[in-house]
Design a protein around this ligand. Sequence first.
Ligand SMILES: O=C(O)COP(=O)(O)O
Ligand SMILES: [Mg+2]
Length: 242
Amino acid sequence: MTSLPSLPSDLPFEGIVFDLDGTLIDSVPDLALALNALLREEGLPPVEPAQVPGFVGQGARILVGKAMTAVGRPVADEGAGAAELDRLHDRFVALYEAKPVEGTRPYDGAEAFLRALHARGVRLGVCTNKPHGATLGVLEALGLAALFDAVVGAGLIPERKPDPAPLRLALERMGIAPEQAVMVGDTPYDVGAARAAGVRTILVDFGYSPVPPAEVGADILVSSYAEMPAALARLRSVTKPA
Ligand SMILES: O=C(O)COP(=O)(O)O
Ligand SMILES: [Mg+2]
């Protein structure tokens, strides 16, 4: 049996909410597959997988819009463009939901870290801008769904990160007060939501942040899941977000 990472003996929080794409899982392979299937149907050229991280983090509609711009057919999100973007978004989500985990994998050490926290009785949640149905499909397919007390994906409520509302909903469902929580994410959208909700933050530097991770303003920055136990211990000196 794989041994679980050792956590600090005294944890300075009761629950952790994780972002999904770019934080727990590298989902770009399947996002790129679905995007390119959509572009092919539209008679447009494909995007390079290396471009896709720059599209992820603000939800599927923005992802599709950025891809359309990248292939030279920008769609304005107003008037007739908004209806066109709705159509492209719905088709993208259908294509993605049909094949969400062909190449998607948790980052090294992420699953063992989740299992160690779960075994310690820490309450766990997911708060993502990925559509809610697709989020549940990915977590089930990767065998991670049972580890979480709350999963909040896009569409459950109208607001998306960096608005704090979806994070607050996840915490409410976990039964955790903001000051007893930590948010682990990869972008300014995660840190923005957490600060607005009064939640401490850990940022991973290997995700899809559009700005340099050190400039995002998280309380603690880590470069791998191996660094997480020490990061959790350091949270003790982070009393509340600035
Ligand atoms: O933009 C998305 O679709 C998902 O992004 P998130 O899991 O990083 O919130
Ligand atoms: Mg993310």
